[in-house]
Design a protein around this ligand. Structure first.
Ligand SMILES: Nc1ncnc2c1ncn2[C@@H]1O[C@H](COP(=O)(O)OP(=O)(O)OP(=O)(O)O)[C@@H](O)[C@H]1O
Ligand SMILES: [Mg+2]
Length: 302
């Protein structure tokens, strides 16, 4: 296993930030670590990267215990902390060379060149970090995280504050890194999870409330399915409720409606019959995917 977390608890004074958290991550997987603000995501990541010790429990990376073999853990882990702390007065290449030095790498120039290439820093490589835009600073943060070729990457909100173009590029880079590494990343953006994560762990108030494939999670708690139907003219909501199986009818926009129904039956034939009987035309009909966002809200509602 690349990451093994076993009954980890962490208290800050009287506050319990993590409460008996256990999970494992293996192989080349991109795992999304989700949870509301203050859930304990960053705390868990700091423990996995040996920045803070847990109050109790055990965590290991690539088989090395974070408490008893922290140097080995650091060799195997690349970490992009929350808010991406960087030395703003250093030049990009100078900083990456410095990080390579800390890791004791002896082919430093080659590594720095490779990183500049890998994260797309070519045009910015001779600037001071303080002169870079947020997206490029994020790239520097990613470059320092992977310069020593770690097997495991821990990325704490790697895409926060990026513009849509940068977002797409950085996500593609992370997904690409996930092909050969284990990636654990925290995020608040559900589309990101849908776009790049194979698996999702949801944590709330220091406890894990879900750990599953994104697709399974999406369908797991689904008692009702929703279809979206558009008619050619206005219809009364109470008429729609007469369609066998429909439990709720909500106007979407214009003459388009969201019809909730029992997941057990397909109501689409009944919708077509309803349209014919009432002289309506169906302009569109599709299943409405209940997104991960809904699942997240349901699991972490206060
Ligand atoms: N050094 C600290 N001292 C005291 N309390 C702390 C410390 N670090 C974190 N906490 C508390 O522990 C809890 C978990 O914090 P953590 O930063 O792990 O949450 P998070 O899931 O990363 O949240 P966010 O989504 O806002 O980044 C919070 O209530 C926070 O206030
Ligand atoms: Mg955090």
């Amino acid at each position: 296993m690349s990451i093994t977390v076993s009954h980890i608890s962490k208290s800050y004074g009287i506050q319990k930030a993590l409460d008996e958290v256990s999970f494992t991550v293996g192989g080349s997987e991109v795992v999304g670590f989700l949870g509301p603000n203050g859930a304990g995501k960053s705390t868990m990541m700091k423990i996995l990267t040996c920045f803070i010790p847990p109050t109790s429990g055990e965590a290991s990376v690539c088989g090395f215990d974070t408490r008893t073999a922290s140097m080995a853990v650091r060799r195997n882990v690349g970490y992009l902390p929350e808010h991406n702390p960087l030395y703003l007065d250093l030049y990009v290449r100078e900083y990456l060379d410095f990080v390579a030095g800390i890791h004791g790498l002896n082919d430093r120039t080659r590594r720095v060149n490779a990183m500049v290439e890998r994260v797309g820093l070519g045009r910015e490589q001779h600037k001071r970090i303080g002169q870079l835009s947020k997206g490029y600073r994020q790239r520097v943060g990613l470059a320092q995280a992977i310069i020593h070729e770690p097997k495991v990457l821990i990325l704490d909100e790697p895409t926060s504050g990026l513009d849509p173009n940068q977002l797409v590029e950085i996500r593609a880079l992370i997904k690409d890194l996930g092909r050969e590494k284990t990636v654990l990343l925290s995020t608040h953006i559900m589309q990101e999870v849908e776009a790049i994560c194979d698996r999702v762990i949801i944590i709330d108030r220091g406890r894990i409330v879900a750990d599953d494939k994104a697709s399974t999670l999406r369908s797991r708690q689904q008692h009702h399915e929703v279809i979206e139907v558009e008619f050619d003219r206005a219809v009364e909501a109470n008429l729609l409720l007469n369609i066998g199986g429909v439990v709720q009818a909500r106007r979407n926009e214009g003459n388009s409606w969201l019809l909730a129904h029992d997941a057990a039956n397909d109501i689409r034939p009944a919708v077509f019959r309803f349209a014919v009987e009432n002289g309506l035309q169906v302009l569109g009909l599709q299943k409405s995917e209940r997104g991960l966002e809904e699942v997240f809200k349901e699991l972490t509602r206060r």
